[in-house]
Design a protein around this ligand. Sequence first.
Ligand SMILES: [Zn+2]
Length: 265
Amino acid sequence: MPSELGSPGWVDTHCHLDDPAYDDDRDAVVLRAERAGVHRVVVPGVSPASWDRARRCRDRHPRLIRLAFGLHPWALRGLDAAARAQALDALPQALEDGAIAVGECGLDGNLAREGGPSLDEQSVILSAQLDLAQARGLPVILHAVRAHGALLSLLKARGGPVPGVLHSYSGPAELVPDFVRLGLYLSFGGQVTNPKAVKVHKAVGVTPAARLLVESDGPDQPPFPRITQRSEPADVARLAGVMAELRGGAWDDPAAALFGSALIA
Ligand SMILES: [Zn+2]
């Protein structure tokens, strides 16, 4: 456990602890996290309803939980144009409640393919959130699925650094240096334990140690072979160990790197 080594503890940089999947035993999940040496859990709200739930989690566990608020691409599907505008209008006020980042926001190619908003539509919503993050001096928590090229183009076109984290990185290893140059951290979850996730393993291997973060992505991405249950913050120590192995041990003090993240105020 990192705390025994004098380190401040693990940070789960991405867990939707507000998700109803934790409704029956959220306190037990938090207790397991604390016992596993987890010091902070970043809970990114994904829609106005989720912001409210996330706030309630934080109020119950203020020491452990840090909040971010954003509009996730999948949340757009349930909102018409007026509701999207209303949510974006409400975001600055939501951030006033101790948010450490803007997000989760991003681009999702699967959503576009399944009849949801196109990548162009998603880009408009994402750009508004990037503008807000920049104006507030906050980092962003980015989601990208089958849209890494589009995301990179959008971020580069902004012409400046984009402090934050690209969570659950699933893009090609070849793009890692570009995202790192923009100022981003790359975070990885339970897929690192999947023996078949070769692309993810390669990306873990080429991400600079100082830009590498770990997350449970709870409740998604349960570590292999536990593929039918939830993931939870207590999993991050094991995930970090696997990541260190994937790097041939070249991640000497992951807990320190995690704690150094711009996300952890
Ligand atoms: Zn998420």
